[in-house]
Design a protein around this ligand. Structure first.
Ligand code: PEP
Ligand code: MG
Length: 746
C-alpha cells in the first residue's frame, strides 16, 4: 500500500468524522458520505443500503444513481448483488456486474450504465447493518487496496450508525436497537418474567473510530497488546485448571499472532483509531464465526472474540463497571455465565437469557434452584439488547420478546396474570395434606441441591427433601470443598429443614456432571461410563470424606443417605460398608453420631429391579431416578434432543415395569419413592400415584400443580383407566387418561 493511498484514506476518514461532528440530520449525513466516498475513490457511484427490517434492504443514499430511487428501491436479503453481500457478509467485486450470477436490474436507479461493482458489508460485531457500494462505468476489477479502503469506510459507517448518526425518517433510518425483536431459543427453566435488560458484560462503546495521528494510535495499540500479553501470562501462571489453561493458551497464541497485529496496524495507517482497528478485526472474526460449522474452530474464534474484548477494555479504560445502575427488575443477558457468578446475582434477577448455554449446563441447574425463568441458545441477544431495554422472557416456550410492542406486552401480561392466579390457588393448599379424592395420602417432597433451594421448603409446602443432589455444591466451585465446609453446609441444610426429612444422595458425578477441577475422562459413552457410585467405590476418598461430613452434620439428628446409580446388589453392600466404616471411625474419634441412620439406593438402571429378594429386604428405601431409568429402559439418551422426547413415560411397557418394582417393594416392605422430573408433571405424577408410588419428589414449583390435580382425582379410577388402556393394546395410556380427565372435567 502506497503512502499516497494511505493519506487519501486518512483524508476521507477525517472528512467522515467531520460530518459526524456537524449538527446535521441523518439523511444529510448519509448523502454527504456517499458524495465524499465517490469523490475519494474516483468512482461515479457510491450508495448506501441499510436494513429496514431483518429481511429487506433499502437504498438510503446515493451519489450517482437516480436520486428519486432513494427510499424507493428495496431488495430482499439475498436478492441481487447487494442482497448477496448482505446475506453472505462477503465482498462482491466485479468488472461486469450485469453478467454476474444473481444480478438484478433495478430500472428506477439508472444503474445499467455502470459496469464495475464493488460491494462491502456494513457490519458491527457480527450484526449486519447494510451494504456500501461503489460503481463505475469503466469495466474493471477494483484493486485490493480499493477494496480495503471501502471496508474501512464501511467500518466507520457501522460505528457511526451505532452512535446514532443516521437517525431520521422511515424504517431504514430508525435509531438502532429500538425495533421490537422476537428471538427464539430453548427452555432452560420454565416460567415467565418481564423486566429490563442487565448486560453481564456491558458492551464497549467506541466513540472515536477515526484518528488523526496514526503514529500515536500505533503506539497505543502496541502498549495495549503488551499489557494484554502480560496479563494473559499472569493468568496462565496462576491457573492449574486444565480447561482454563487451554483457553489461555489460545489467548496467548492469538495475542502473539503476527497476522492479527499486522491487520490492525494496517487499519490504523488507513486512519482508524486503535479501538476501531481492534473492533474491525473482531467484527471480521464474528462474521467468520457465523459461517464455520466446526465446533473446535468456533471455540477458537470465540477465544479471539474474548481477547479482543479484553484489548478494547484496556484501550478504552472501560471496565465492567460502567456506572449504570442495575434496574429494579433485572433480566440478565449474557453470552454464557458460570454457576458461581449466577448465584452471586441470586434471587434479585427476574430472568436470564443466554446466547449460548445448554439445558443441562450448570447455569441451568442454578437457575432452576433459584426458580428463575431461563432461555438458552438465543442467537444475537448480546448484540441486540442494550442495558435497560424492556424485555419479556417466556421460559415455557423458550422465547424472548425484546423491546416488545404493545400487543405483545398485553398478551404476555395476561399470561403472567393467569400464572399468578394459579400460584395463588396453589398457595391456598400449601399446608393442606395431599389426600386424593379416593382418600389416599400421597407424600410430596422436593428436590434440592443448593442453599438457594432451601427457602422453597417453606414456600412450596414440601413435606421434606426427597432428593438432595450433593454434587451441585461440588459443581459450582473451582476446587474440591473441604470436609469442614461440607459439615457446615449439611448442617445448614438440616437446620433449615427443621424436623423434615432430607435424603442426601452421595456424589453423583460423571456423565453430564463433570467437576471443573477433576481430570475429565475420555469415555466413548459417558452416560454408560464411570459415574456416580462407580467412581465412589473405585476411588473412595471423596465418598468417605462426604460420609464423614454427613455423619458430623447430623450428630444428634436423624440422617438419610442414598447411593446413586446402584446397578447390582454388591454395589449397595460395598457402599453400605463404607458407611459402616465411617460410623466406626466417628465412634473411635468420640464424635456424637446421628440418632438414626437410614440407608437407601436409587433405582436408575433396569437391572436393579431384578435384584435378589435379599437386596430388597436389606435396602431401607428405594428411590426411582426416573430420568436415568427411562433413558436406559428405552435406550434413549436424556441429553439428546433428537430422541429424548421420543418415548412417553406413560408408555405401557414403562408403566408395567414400574408396577413390577412397586410389587417387589410391597412384598419386601421396602419404602419406595420416585424422584425424576416426571414426578413434577401433574399427569405423570397422577399415574405414578395410581400405580402405587405414594411418595413423589420434584422441583418445588411443581408441588402446587401436582397437589392441586391429585386432590381432585380418584386414583383408583385412574388405575382402572390404565389397566383398560393396556388391555386394549394402547401403546401409551396418555390418550385414555386425557379423555378420562376431560370427561370428568378435572
Ligand atoms: C434421575 O436420574 O432421575 C435423578 C433424579 O437423578 P439425576 O437427574 O440427578 O441424574
Ligand atoms: Mg440419575
Amino acid at each position: 500500500m502506497t503512502e499516497s493511498l494511505e493519506s487519501e484514506s486518512r483524508k476521507l476518514l477525517g472528512r467522515l468524522r467531520d460530518t459526524m461532528a456537524e449538527n446535521a440530520a441523518g439523511q444529510a449525513r448519509l448523502d454527504k458520505i456517499t458524495h465524499l466516498t465517490a469523490d475519494s475513490m474516483g468512482t461515479e457511484v457510491c450508495s448506501i443500503y441499510l436494513f429496514r427490517d431483518d429481511e429487506t434492504l433499502e437504498l438510503c443514499a446515493t451519489q450517482g444513481l437516480n436520486a428519486a430511487a432513494v427510499h424507493q428501491t428495496r431488495m430482499k436479503l439475498g436478492e441481487g448483488l447487494v442482497g448477496r453481500v448482505a446475506r453472505t457478509g462477503k465482498i462482491v467485486n466485479t468488472a461486469d456486474a450485469p453478467s454476474e450470477r444473481g444480478f438484478r436490474y433495478m430500472p428506477e436507479t439508472g444503474e445499467e450504465v455502470f459496469s464495475s461493482f464493488l460491494g462491502v458489508p456494513i457490519q458491527r460485531l457480527g450484526e449486519k447493518l447494510g451494504v456500501l457500494i461503489v460503481q463505475s462505468r469503466t469495466a474493471r476489477q477494483f484493486t485490493a487496496d480499493e477494496v480495503y479502503a471501502l471496508e474501512v469506510v464501511a467500518m466507520v459507517l457501522a460505528e457511526m450508525a451505532e452512535l446514532g448518526a443516521f437517525v431520521g425518517e422511515g424504517a431504514a433510518l430508525t435509531a438502532r436497537h429500538t425495533r421490537p425483536a422476537l428471538l427464539r431459543g430453548s427452555t432452560g427453566q420454565e416460567g415467565t418474567a418481564e423486566g429490563h435488560v442487565w448486560l453481564h458484560e456491558p458492551r464497549v462503546v467506541v466513540t472515536n473510530p477515526v484518528a488523526d495521528d496514526p503514529h500515536r494510535e500505533l503506539e497505543r495499540l502496541h502498549q495495549a497488546v503488551e499489557e494484554l500479553r502480560v496479563s494473559v501470562d499472569e493468568l496462565l501462571a496462576d491457573t492449574s485448571d486444565t480447561e482454563q489453561m487451554q483457553v489461555l493458551e489460545a489467548y496467548r497464541m492469538f495475542a502473539n499472532s503476527k497476522g492479527w497485529l499486522r491487520r490492525m496496524e494496517e487499519d490504523i495507517s488507513r486512519g482508524l483509531s486503535a479501538e476501531a482497528a481492534v473492533e474491525k478485526e473482531q467484527s471480521a472474526a464474528r462474521a467468520r464465526m457465523s459461517q464455520v460449522a466446526d465446533a473446535y474452530l468456533r471455540e477458537r474464534l470465540q477465544d479471539l472474540d474474548d481477547l479482543s474484548n479484553r484489548l478494547l477494555r484496556i484501550l478504552t479504560g472501560q471496565g465492567k463497571e460502567t456506572g449504570a445502575a442495575m434496574p429494579d427488575d433485572p433480566i440478565l443477558v449474557a453470552r454464557n455465565i458460570g454457576p458461581g457468578e449466577l448465584l452471586e446475582y441470586g434471587r434479585k434477577l427476574r430472568g436470564v437469557i443466554l446466547e449460548e448455554g445448554s439445558v443441562g449446563s450448570h447455569a441451568a441447574i442454578v437457575a432452576r434452584a433459584l426458580a428463575i425463568p431461563l432461555v438458552v441458545n438465543v442467537e444475537r441477544i448480546t448484540v441486540d439488547a442494550l442495558n435497560g431495554d424492556h424485555v419479556m422472557v417466556d421460559g415455557d416456550q423458550g422465547v424472548v420478546h425484546l423491546r416488545p410492542d404493545e400487543s405483545v406486552v398485553a398478551a404476555f401480561r395476561d399470561k403472567i396474570a393467569m400464572q399468578a392466579q394459579a400460584q395463588e390457588r396453589y398457595a391456598s393448599i400449601r399446608h393442606t395434606p395431599c389426600v386424593t379424592d379416593c382418600g389416599k395420602t400421597i407424600s410430596l417432597l422436593m428436590n434440592a441441591g443448593l442453599m438457594a433451594d432451601l427457602p422453597s421448603l417453606e414456600g412450596s409446602g414440601a413435606e421434606g427433601v426427597g432428593l438432595f443432589r450433593t454434587e451441585l455444591q461440588f459443581l459450582i466451585r473451582n476446587q474440591m470443598p473441604k470436609r469442614t465446609e461440607l459439615v457446615t453446609l449439611y448442617k445448614r441444610v438440616l437446620d433449615a429443614a427443621q424436623d423434615k426429612r432430607v435424603v442426601f444422595r452421595t456424589l453423583d458425578i460423571g456423565s453430564d456432571k463433570v467437576l471443573p477441577y477433576m481430570k475429565p475422562q475420555e469415555e466413548p459413552n459417558p452416560a454408560l461410563g464411570w459415574r456416580a457410585i462407580r467412581v465412589g467405590l473405585d476411588k473412595p476418598g471423596v465418598l468417605r470424606m462426604q460420609l464423614q461430613a454427613l455423619l458430623r452434620a447430623a450428630a444428634g439428628k436423624s440422617l438419610s443417605v442414598m447411593f446413586p446409580f446402584i446397578a447390582q446388589y454388591e454395589e449397595f453392600t460395598q457402599a453400605r460398608l463404607e458407611m459402616d466404616k465411617a460410623v466406626a471411625r466417628e465412634e473411635r474419634l468420640g464424635h456424637e453420631l446421628p440418632t438414626n441412620i437410614e440407608i437407601g439406593a436409587m433405582l436408575e438402571t433396569p437391572s436393579l429391579a431384578f435384584a435378589s429378594k435379599r437386596f430388597f429386604e436389606e435396602v431401607q428405601f428405594l428411590s426411582i431416578g426416573g430420568n436415568d431409568l427411562k433413558q436406559f429402559f428405552f435406550a434413549a439418551d436424556r441429553e439428546n434432543e433428537r430422541v429424548r422426547r421420543r418415548y412417553d413415560t406413560l408408555n405401557v411397557s414403562f408403566l408395567t415395569f414400574l408396577e413390577g418394582i412397586v410389587a417387589r417393594c410391597r412384598e419386601s416392605g421396602t419404602r419406595l419413592s420416585f424422584c425424576g422430573e416426571d414426578a413434577g408433571r401433574p399427569i405423570e405424577a397422577m399415574c405414578l400415584a395410581a400405580i402405587g408410588i405414594d411418595t413423589l419428589s420434584m422441583r418445588p414449583a411443581s408441588i402446587g400443580p401436582v397437589k392441586h390435580l391429585l386432590m381432585r382425582t380418584n386414583i383408583d379410577e385412574v388405575k382402572a383407566v390404565i389397566d383398560r388402556a393396556r388391555d386394549a393394546g394402547d401403546q401409551s395410556v396418555r390418550p385414555a387418561i386425557m379423555e378420562y380427565l376431560r370427561d370428568r372435567a378435572v
